[in-house]
Structures are given as structure tokens and as C-alpha cells.
Design a protein around this ligand. Structure first.
Ligand code: C5P
Length: 235
């Protein structure tokens, strides 16, 4: 039986947003981005724990939010994040409940993830080791050297843009993190850590609305998605 924990890294500083308030705590139509994100997980089958990693400064805000979503069947915990996303997740992994057997990592700043996509990703991860949500690259991607010259143009049809959630069998993700931290390896997503220890990771075609709110323009797009009313926001 799936017992899923979701780690929500929310300890970024928001420098690219040019905002004093970190992105997960910015408000979007009456609720913080973090709350929008949490709501989309509440109905996921097998969900038993949510762990929010946040900076010390925003800990009490995160705890206030956590208290609102805690229930008899769901633990919502707050841990201190680190200076890199990878450290934030590593900390969160230390506070998983004993009964958790699957772990999802989902950027706190991706508020448009659907319950059905999380569930599909989770069953694929259970069956294969790991699974991530991604979309086919719409731009041609170039590998560029430090002097600004193109080194390689990978065939676009083979290139996908990784999003989150990225879901793994718990022992596999724990092993991958342990090894990466021990060897000072930094990846920009969780799957890359699992790949380097030989783990199999399935790619699930996702939804372009599952954007990562990073720049001010993304906030405008997020408002438009909510105004349009096509994204079913669970209350
Ligand atoms: O910076 P980036 O866009 O990769 O951030 C993705 C997610 O990771 C965000 O939700 C951000 O708050 C989180 N993060 C974190 N700890 C850091 C940096 C980013 O939890 N040190």
C-alpha cells in the first residue's frame, strides 16, 4: 500500500522575483502560493505526510499554514531549509515518518499540479523506482561553452523539460541523496541524483500550466490561469 510523503522545498530567497517576500509566501488570489500548492495534494490517494522546508525567517508563517492543513490522517511538518534546494530536501528527508514508503518532491512554487497527475506519477514510481512529470521541449536546446559558442544541439524530440513532482521509492531517494551529499554532487533536480546511482526514472507527460513561479511574468500568468477558471482549485 502506498504511504506517500510530499516534500515541498520552500526555502528559496525570491531574488529572481525581485521581491522581499519569498515566492511561496506571495499571495495569489487570496491565498499564498504555498497554500495553493498544498491544496492540490490533499486528495492524493495514500498521502500521509507533507514536509515544508523553509528558512528560519519564514518558519512561523509556514507553521501557521501547516496547522491549517494538519488532520488525523495527515501530518504537516515544517523543517529548516538549507542554502541550496538540495540541502532543503536533504533536511526534509530526515523527518519522514517511519511508515512512509514513497516520497514526492514538489516545488512549493508550482501551484498548478493536478491530483490525477500526482497519482499517475506515484504509481509509475512505485512500479519502476522513480517517475517525474515533464513536458517536451518547445524550444531547441543548445549546449553552450563558457565563451558563448554552441557545442552541441541535441535532437529536440529527445529533450524534455523536467518539472515536479518527482516521486521515488523511499530507499532509492534516500540512497541517492546520501551519496550526492557525501560526494559534494549538486543536481538541479532530484531525478539527476537518482540517475547517477543507476536508478530507473520514468517520464510522465505533464501539463504546461504546471509552471514554476520564478519571474514576475510567471505571477501574471498564474493570475490569468486562476481568472480563466479552467484550473479546478480545491478548497
Ligand atoms: O530556486 P528554484 O527555482 O530552483 O526553487 C525551486 C524551489 O526550491 C522553490 O520552491 C524554492 O523555494 C525551493 N528552494 C529551497 N531551498 C533553497 C532554494 C530553493 O527550498 N535553498
Amino acid at each position: 500500500m502506498i504511504k506517500l510523503a510530499v516534500i515541498l522545498p520552500a526555502a528559496g530567497t525570491g531574488s529572481r522575483m525581485r521581491s522581499e517576500t519569498p515566492k511561496p509566501f506571495l499571495r495569489l488570489k487570496g491565498a499564498t502560493i504555498l497554500e495553493h500548492t498544498i491544496r492540490n495534494f490533499l486528495r492524493v490517494e495514500g498521502l500521509v505526510q507533507i514536509v515544508i522546508a523553509t528558512s528560519n525567517k519564514w518558519k512561523s508563517q509556514a507553521q501557521g499554514i501547516a496547522a491549517r492543513y494538519k488532520s488525523e490522517n495527515l501530518d504537516v511538518d515544517v523543517v529548516e531549509g538549507g542554502s541550496e534546494r538540495q540541502f532543503s530536501i536533504h533536511h526534509a528527508l530526515q523527518s519522514l515518518n517511519d511508515d512512509v514508503n514513497m516520497v514526492a518532491v514538489h516545488d512549493a512554487v508550482r501551484p498548478f499540479i493536478t491530483t490525477s497527475l500526482v497519482e499517475l506519477c506515484c504509481t509509475e514510481a512505485r512500479d519502476h523506482g522513480g517517475a517525474i512529470v515533464a513536458v517536451p521541449a518547445k524550444d531547441t536546446i543548445k549546449r553552450v561553452d563558457t565563451k558563448g559558442f554552441i557545442q552541441e544541439t541535441p535532437k529536440r524530440s529527445t529533450i524534455w523539460q523536467a518539472q515536479t513532482p518527482q516521486i521515488f521509492q523511499r530507499p532509492l531517494l534516500e540512497k541517492a541523496y546520501k551519496k550526492a551529499i557525501a560526494e559534494d554532487y549538486f543536481g538541479t533536480d532530484d531525478a539527476s541524483l537518482v540517475e547517477r546511482i543507476g536508478g530507473k526514472v520514468r517520464v510522465i507527460a505533464g501539463d504546461r500550466r504546471n509552471l514554476k513561479i520564478t519571474f514576475p511574468i510567471d505571477l501574471r500568468v498564474a493570475e490569468m490561469i486562476l481568472e480563466e477558471g479552467t484550473f479546478d482549485v480545491p478548497q
